[in-house]
Write a protein that binds this ligand. Structure first.
Ligand code: BGC
Length: 440
């Protein structure tokens, strides 16, 4: 029960993450009108969140290692609330950009520390499912944002679209106040009694001593790690796994659909703006539902089988999408094929690269550098996200739609190769044994 509560709180961080990244796709239509923005300024309003998130992710690991996971999450909640209120009331576009940057900073903090917090509090047999809950919350946040956009679009009320994020932010702050620090951080910082007390709330008696022993023996291996240690040969494999997966999650194209879904459907011949937003919402529902599959199977089947299945399915879906755009005979059926293949694509992402990347990033590093390692990998994730969001529309203009999607398909296949090459199976292993022996 306690573990579920803890996970639900940290997963609320995912909800904020999802809502705040998803909401802009609809809101921007009205913001650009109100402030009379040229395209370049619109691009800044949309992507400044990703810059803020990069900075947040960069600083999150150091803060989480130094001040603790809980204070960092609390700070993230406060940052979110300030950013949401600032966005809702911004009188000028410069202040709106500043507020969105602050929101992005909160997202960046959360995207490192939420999965870290959950993975350190969860007992190992449920760790995968509990971290997947975080991804589930991201998808629910995205869907909620799409629905709020649909709801408020008739009144063009972008201020409420952005401002509503303050509600979950406040729930998050209040909830985190009642939550404990993670046992692993407490042990690492000389507060063994407090650590043991938290372990006792989430483990049965038989497992507590084993967990204490593993954390302790692991801590003896080295004192607090420095950022430089991340470059040491011993950490080469975890670094390649974490950064590689973080980047692959983005360069296989997920956010072209999440952020530009309506545009893709319009290109495919959707009848109206409304139809294209509705189709995007449908994709958002698939994203939520299929994440549940990951929650059910991730600790039973393991991470690697789901990664193969998911990236394989994503590749097939993208090839179908490219065919719909590239083969003239299919032109008549373009809209339904686009809808079907994007649903397949997002569904396959939802049970594989979506949750598993966050999970493995939180699993592969040894404790003493876990916060910093996750920061770097998450920073790489946001940077890749930014790059893809920036070049996507340009790729379509220069290379054409079929070639663009075929490139993403090739990167999905590269993900399968990468998984076979170096990703360890971490199902059912104690966190400490994964980082000591990161073998496949
Ligand atoms: C990714 C986000 C993406 C979301 C979609 C997350 O795991 O990191 O970039 O928007 O999944 O559900």
């Amino acid at each position: 029960m306690f573990v579920l509560l803890v996970a639900a709180m940290a997963a609320l961080g995912g909800l904020l993450f999802g809502y705040d990244t998803g909401v802009i796709s609809g809101a921007i239509l009205f913001i650009r009108h109100d402030f009379d923005l040229p395209t370049s300024a619109q691009a800044i309003v949309v992507s400044i969140v990703l810059i803020g998130a990069m900075l947040g992710a960069l600083l999150a690991g150091g803060a989480a290692d130094r001040y603790g996971r809980r204070p960092t999450l609390l700070a993230a909640g406060i940052v979110f609330a300030i950013g949401a209120i600032g966005s809702a009331f911004a009188p000028a576009v410069t202040l709106l950009i500043l507020a969105r940057f602050i929101v992005g900073f909160g997202i960046g903090l959360c995207s490192v520390v939420s999965p870290l917090y959950v993975s350190e509090v969860a007992p190992r047999e449920h760790r995968g499912a509990l971290v997947s809950l975080y991804q589930f919350a991201i998808t629910v946040g995205i869907l909620a944002a799409y629905l709020v956009d649909l709801w408020l679009a008739p009144e063009a009320n972008w201020r409420s679209m952005l401002g509503l994020a303050v509600v979950p932010a406040i729930v998050f702050i209040v909830g985190m106040l009642a939550m404990p620090e993670t046992p692993r951080w407490l042990f690492a910082n000389g507060r063994a009694d407090a650590g043991r007390a938290v372990l006792a709330r989430s483990n049965d008696a038989a497992h507590i001593e084993a967990a204490v022993f593993e954390i302790r023996s692991h801590l003896e291996v080295g004192a607090s790690g420095s950022a430089g240690e991340l470059l040491s040969p011993a950490l080469r494999t975890p670094m390649i796994v974490a950064i590689g997966l973080a980047v692959l999650q983005q360069i296989t194209g997920i956010n072209t659909v999440i952020y530009y879904g309506p545009q893709i459907f319009l290109l495919a011949g959707a009848g109206s703006d409304h139809a294209s937003i509705l189709a995007t919402t449908l994709v958002g529902i698939v994203n939520v539902v299929l994440t549940v599959v990951a929650i059910i199977f991730i600790d039973r089947w393991g991470r690697k089988p789901l990664l193969y299945l998911g990236s394989g399915g994503m590749a097939l879906a993208l090839i179908a999408l490219a065919a719909a755009f590239g083969i003239p005979a299919l032109a008549g059926a373009r809209a339904p094929i686009a809808l079907g293949s994007l649903m397949l694509y997002v569904g396959c992402f939802a049970f594989s690269l979506g949750p598993i990347v966050w999970l493995l990033i939180s699993e592969v590093f040894p404790l003493r550098v876990r916060g910093r390692g996750m920061s770097i990998a998450t920073l790489a994730n946001w940077a890749a996200n930014f790059a893809v969001s920036l070049v996507f529309l340009g790729m379509i203009a220069v290379l054409g739609t079929p070639v663009t999607f075929l490139i993403y398909a090739a990167l999905c296949i590269a993900t399968m190769v990468f998984t076979a090459w170096i990703v360890p199976e971490t199902k059912g292993r104690e966190l400490e044994t994964i980082s000591n022996r990161p073998a496949a």
